[in-house]
Design a protein around this ligand. Sequence first.
Ligand SMILES: *[C@@H]1O[C@H](CO)[C@@H](O)[C@H](O)[C@H]1NC(C)=O
Ligand SMILES: *[C@@H]1O[C@H](CO)[C@@H](O)[C@H](O)[C@H]1NC(C)=O
Ligand SMILES: *[C@@H]1O[C@H](CO)[C@@H](O)[C@H](O)[C@H]1NC(C)=O
Ligand SMILES: *[C@@H]1O[C@H](CO)[C@@H](O)[C@H](O)[C@H]1NC(C)=O
Ligand SMILES: *[C@@H]1O[C@H](CO)[C@@H](O)[C@H](O)[C@H]1NC(C)=O
Ligand SMILES: *[C@@H]1O[C@H](CO)[C@@H](O)[C@H](O)[C@H]1NC(C)=O
Ligand SMILES: *[C@@H]1O[C@H](CO)[C@@H](O)[C@H](O)[C@H]1NC(C)=O
Ligand SMILES: *[C@@H]1O[C@H](CO)[C@@H](O)[C@H](O)[C@H]1NC(C)=O
Ligand SMILES: *[C@@H]1O[C@H](CO)[C@@H](O)[C@H](O)[C@H]1NC(C)=O
Ligand SMILES: CC(=O)N[C@H]1CO[C@H](CO)[C@@H](O)[C@@H]1O
Length: 499
Amino acid sequence: MNPISYSCLLLTYIIPSVILQCEPACEFKHIFVSSDTIEVYPSSCETVCGDLVFDANTDLSESELTEYFRNLKFLNGSLRVEMTNFKSLDFLSSLEYFQCPDCKFRKYKSSDRHFNLFSVGMLITRNSKLTNLDVVENWKTDTRCVWHIQENVKLNAEKLCRNISSSRGYELDFYGNLKDCGCHLVHIDSFSIPYYPKCTSVTGGLRFTNINNNTKMGAVNFLKTVDGPMEIYDTLMTNLSCFRNLETIHGGFLKIHDNPNLNYLNWGGFTKIVPDNFTVQISNNHPEFCLFARELQTFAEANANISEVDAKICHEILRRDMEITCDTNTFDLLPGNCIHILGDVIVHSEAENTNMLWKLETVTNIFGSLTIQKTENITNLKFLKSLERIARLKKDHPPLLRILFNKSLKNISLPNMKNPPYSPKHDRLIEISGNSLEIFKTPDDCVSFQNFTKSVVLYNGRNCNRPRFPGNSENPISAENEIISKNDFTSFTAIPSIV
Ligand SMILES: *[C@@H]1O[C@H](CO)[C@@H](O)[C@H](O)[C@H]1NC(C)=O
Ligand SMILES: *[C@@H]1O[C@H](CO)[C@@H](O)[C@H](O)[C@H]1NC(C)=O
Ligand SMILES: *[C@@H]1O[C@H](CO)[C@@H](O)[C@H](O)[C@H]1NC(C)=O
Ligand SMILES: *[C@@H]1O[C@H](CO)[C@@H](O)[C@H](O)[C@H]1NC(C)=O
Ligand SMILES: *[C@@H]1O[C@H](CO)[C@@H](O)[C@H](O)[C@H]1NC(C)=O
Ligand SMILES: *[C@@H]1O[C@H](CO)[C@@H](O)[C@H](O)[C@H]1NC(C)=O
Ligand SMILES: *[C@@H]1O[C@H](CO)[C@@H](O)[C@H](O)[C@H]1NC(C)=O
Ligand SMILES: *[C@@H]1O[C@H](CO)[C@@H](O)[C@H](O)[C@H]1NC(C)=O
Ligand SMILES: *[C@@H]1O[C@H](CO)[C@@H](O)[C@H](O)[C@H]1NC(C)=O
Ligand SMILES: CC(=O)N[C@H]1CO[C@H](CO)[C@@H](O)[C@@H]1O
C-alpha cells in the first residue's frame, strides 16, 4: 500500500469520513477569504471542502463573517488566520472539526512502520489584536495535527494550552504570544527557542526539533526534569550537551531519531527515569552514535525497554561521577581499581593462573558480557563480590552471564548482583552449564539464585525446575551446550575488547 495515502486516510478517524465528503455545492476553492470571494463561500453548508485563509487582505469584520460561517461545522481543509485585526475568532464558533490535510512525511523508510507525519494545517499567527481564542477549545482535529498559535502579542494562550492538552493531547506549537505554555508541553525549535523560558522542570513532555546547532541553546541548560514523554528529532545537532543538566525523565518514552549528525547525548547528569515501564527508542542518527556507560546504566537501572536502539557504547575513561571506567584488556594491563568495565570479560584458567582475579573485586558494572569458563581451581566467585550489573546494547549475543565448564567451582554466590542481565533482548538469561561440580544441589537452590538475581537461569540446558547434573550419563550434554562449547575462548590470552 502506498504509505502516503494510507496515512492521510488515518487522519480522518475521529470523524467518519463520510461527513467530510464533498458535495460540489459545498466546495470553496478560493482559499483566501475577502469581500471578493465571500459571495461564493457556501454559507449554507455544514461540511465545507477547501482551505480557509484569513489574512491582512480579509476586509470583512468579525460580525460580517459571523453571518457567513454560522453553519460551518466540518471543514475538509486547513485553517490559517494570519495578520488579521480580529479580536476573537468567535465567528467560527460552530466549527467542530477540521482536517490537517498537508500530510507530509518527515522521512519514510520501508523498514520503519512507525512513519511519522506532521502537518501545518492549523496556524494562528501575528494577529496583533487577538485576545480571545476561547472558541478554539471546541475544535478538534486529527491527533497528529500540530496546532501552531504564534506571535499574537495580546493573546494569553496559557489557559488554552492547559485546556487543550489536558483533554486531548495535540502537539502544540505555541510561542511569542503574550503568554504561552510556559514550562508545560514544551515544543522547542529554531523559531520558538527565543521565547523558551528557562525551565528547570517541564511538564506534559518536551519536543525538540528543527534545531541546527548549539547556539542560543543556553536556556536549555537549566533543565533538570522532564515530566512526560521526550522526543528529539529532525535536528542537525552533533551532540545534545545542551541537556547536560537533565537528571530525570518521568514517564512515557524517550525517542531520539532522525538526527543525522548526532554522535552522542553527553547527558552526564542523567541518572533517573521512572517508572519501570519506560520505552527508549534511539534510531536513524549518525551511524557512529554512541551512549556513555552512565546513560546505559540509567536505562538499565530503570529496566527501560530499549528494543529499538542503534548505538554503541562510547569510549571513555573518567566519568563525570569520577568513577573509573576501564576498557577490557589483558588482566596484566587491567588497572586494579576499575569500577566499570567496557567490553566482554572472560575469566579463564590463564587469568586464574596469574593470580590477577583480584583486579575484578572493585567492579560494579560490566558493559558487555561476563563469562567464567574452563577454570580449574576456582571454587567460588568472591573476586566478583562488588558486581551489581551486566548490561549491553548489542542485540544479538549469547547470554550476558555464562558460567561454563569449570572444574572446581561450586559456589556461584554473587552477593551484590540483585539486577538482571540487561540487554535489548530482555531475556534476563544466565547460563550455567557443563561445570564439573554440582552448582545447585536442589531446584530450590537454583530458584533462589534466580530470584536473587531477578534472572532466568538456564542450568545444564534446562530451567531451574527441571535441572540436571553433569557427569550423569542419563543426561548427556544437550545440543545447546554443544553449540556453546564450540565458542571456545581459551585461545585468547587476553580478554578481547568487543564493545
Ligand atoms: C476531502 O475532500 C477531498 C476533495 O477535495 C476528497 O477527495 C476527500 O475524500 C475528502 N476527505 C474525506 C475524508 O472525505
Ligand atoms: C478550561 O478548563 C477549565 C478546567 O477544565 C474549565 O473550568 C474552563 O472553563 C476551561 N476554559 C474554557 C475557556 O473553556
Ligand atoms: C546555527 O544555527 C542558526 C539558526 O539555524 C544559524 O543562523 C547559524 O548560522 C548557525 N551557526 C553555525 C555556526 O552553524
Ligand atoms: C557539541 O556540539 C557543539 C556544536 O553544536 C560543539 O560546539 C561542541 O564542541 C560539542 N561538544 C562536544 C563535547 O563535543
Ligand atoms: C506498561 O505500558 C503498557 C503500554 O503502554 C501498559 O499497557 C501497561 O499497563 C504498563 N505497565 C505498567 C506496569 O505500568
Ligand atoms: C518494548 O517495546 C516494543 C515496542 O514498543 C514492544 O513491542 C515490546 O513488547 C516491548 N518489550 C517489553 C519487554 O516491554
Ligand atoms: C590449579 O592447582 C594446581 C595444583 O595446585 C596447579 O598445578 C595448577 O596450575 C592450578 N591451575 C591454575 C589454572 O591455576
Ligand atoms: C557461598 O558463598 C557465600 C558467600 O561467600 C556464602 O554466604 C554461602 O553460604 C555459600 N554457599 C554455600 C552453599 O556454601
Ligand atoms: C522465588 O520467588 C517466587 C516468587 O516471588 C517465590 O514464590 C518463591 O518462593 C521463591 N523461591 C525461592 C527458593 O526463593
Ligand atoms: C565437564 C567439563 O567439561 N569439565 C571441564 C572443566 O574445565 C576443565 C579445565 O578446562 C576441563 O579439563 C574439564 O573437562
